[in-house]
Design a binder for this molecule. Sequence first.
Ligand SMILES: Cc1cc2nc3c(=O)[nH]c(=O)nc-3n(C[C@H](O)[C@H](O)[C@H](O)COP(=O)(O)OP(=O)(O)OC[C@H]3O[C@@H](n4cnc5c(N)ncnc54)[C@H](O)[C@@H]3O)c2cc1C
Length: 282
Amino acid sequence: MHIVVCIKQVPDSAQIRVHPVTNTIMRQGVPAIVNPYDLFSLEEALRLKDQFGGKVTVLCMGPPQAEEALRKCISFGADDAILVTDRAFAGADTLATSYALASAIRKIGSEQKVDMVFTGKQTIDGDTAQVGPGIAKRLGLQLLTYVSRIVETDLEKGTITVERRGEGGVQVLRTALPCLITMLENTNEMRFASLPMMIHAAACQVRKWNKDDAGIEDVTKIGLKGSPTVVSRVFGPTPRAQKAEMMTVESSSLRDISLNLLQSIFTVHPTLEQDLVDKLSA
Ligand SMILES: Cc1cc2nc3c(=O)[nH]c(=O)nc-3n(C[C@H](O)[C@H](O)[C@H](O)COP(=O)(O)OP(=O)(O)OC[C@H]3O[C@@H](n4cnc5c(N)ncnc54)[C@H](O)[C@@H]3O)c2cc1C
């Protein structure tokens, strides 16, 4: 079984700040990490490799320093790593990113057939959750999003059964391979990287593909040229001036506590009381 896992190197959002004047994200000095959601996908892919054998290839589009993120994935157990990197990809939005990654996966598939592609649910910087579905559409793969558990993989029949968390509950879905899966967070626990694996990861080769190596057929679909999205403004939410207030209620009856709460709300929003009376008497 050959599985491709797309991983993105992102700034550690816990350490990001928004510039108070320009409202732009301040990335300087912020450490880069593997997008945390992608690690749930990588772990799931490694579990499938443990079960069925085969190979896990990690794929990233990014600047040269994103090689570090790929090495991290090798230390966890990925077999091959490809960094798609070229100035021509700069300024890519999700449309151009998924086009570039889909082209690279097609190229990987020409070396060895790809049975499954994994992406994270979303990234912690761009946050759009569009790249996975964009890749699936371009490659004509069955798409399984928000997967919480892989129930069964039947290689003879070429099918996979998964649980998918939706708004109304859990769906059980079965589809044909090849497919693209986006894993939900907290669905598994990433294994530790052993010392020998870390040494192997530091020494092994990360393949670097430029736009030609990645099989880009139409250069107008990559980078800024292929990106119709415009980010007009980035801003942090305005902090709330009003502080939460601790209420002391003498009685322990639910009725008294509710009345007390309503009374406090009506004091702050006087028109609400009349609105409520009108609604109830209508
Ligand atoms: C006009 C415009 C210009 C931009 N210019 C730049 C720029 O110059 N440099 C820059 O870094 N960003 C740039 N961005 C941001 C960039 O578009 C997004 O980071 C990128 O498209 C991925 O979107 P996302 O982060 O929302 O991923 P999501 O759709 O949330 O990601 C879902 C999953 O897809 C996979 N994935 C996403 N991106 C990659 C990747 N690059 N490699 C491998 N797997 C991936 C991961 O598995 C991830 O979990 C730009 C955005 C816009 C709109």
